[in-house]
Design a protein around this ligand. Structure first.
Ligand SMILES: [Zn+2]
Length: 196
């Protein structure tokens, strides 16, 4: 039922672009968070039209960036917008069970995780403890790149590759028209640059 009504990847992408254009001129999010909407979603279930993987950065809030209310975005957030097993499983859930046709890997400028990785590389510091796997993920993404903005883009692109590297997701790309696209949020302006 939900799948039959699901928005196509292209429609979802156009909606996100137009909502972001609204956001850069807005002073408040006009998304629907009313009691009526809460009740409706509770009774009918959710049917989000896009899955957004973003950083946990407090400036990078997908529901605001795309001016959305409840039930519109399936959002996965983790520092450095890195893809691990949990994130991959969450993406697959959105695509397979909720019928989402668009997954956006939303990197951003001024990313602390990317900056920390670049600093560790510059100073020759070896990451330790809980930060180690996080920075290892960024290292793997950026390779020899040392420019922060280019490194954030490389990190988003690798995230997309990792999502598409999952066989079940690759199958949905072929059979269901699922799209996985990288994007960069500019923390300086609020603009989302989609990089297809
Ligand atoms: Zn970040």
């Amino acid at each position: 039922m939900e799948r039959a009504m699901a928005m196509s990847a292209q429609e979802a992408l156009e909606r996100l672009k137009s909502r972001n254009a609204e956001y850069v001129n807005a002073s408040a999010n006009t998304g629907d968070i009313s009691q009526e909407r809460i009740k409706q979603l509770s009774e009918e279930g959710q049917a989000p039209y896009a899955c957004i993987v973003s950083c946990a950065d407090s400036r990078v809030v997908p529901e605001h960036i795309f001016m959305t209310g409840l039930g519109e975005l399936f959002t996965i957030r983790v520092a450095g917008n890195l893809i691990g097993d949990m994130e991959l499983g969450s993406c697959l859930y959105a695509a397979e069970h909720l019928g989402v046709k668009l997954i956006v890997l939303l990197g951003h400028t001024q990313c602390g995780a990317v900056a920390s990785a670049l600093e560790a590389l510059a100073t020759g510091t070896k990451p330790e403890g809980a930060m180690e796997p996080l920075l290892a993920g960024v290292f793997a993404s950026i390779g020899g790149e040392r420019d922060p903005r280019a490194a954030s883009i490389a990190n988003a692109r690798r995230g997309v590759s990792m999502i598409l590297g999952n066989g079940e997701i690759a199958h949905l790309v072929q059979s269901e028209g699922l799209k996985v696209v990288p994007a960069l949020y500019h923390t300086e302006t609020g603009v989302v640059e989609f990089m297809e």
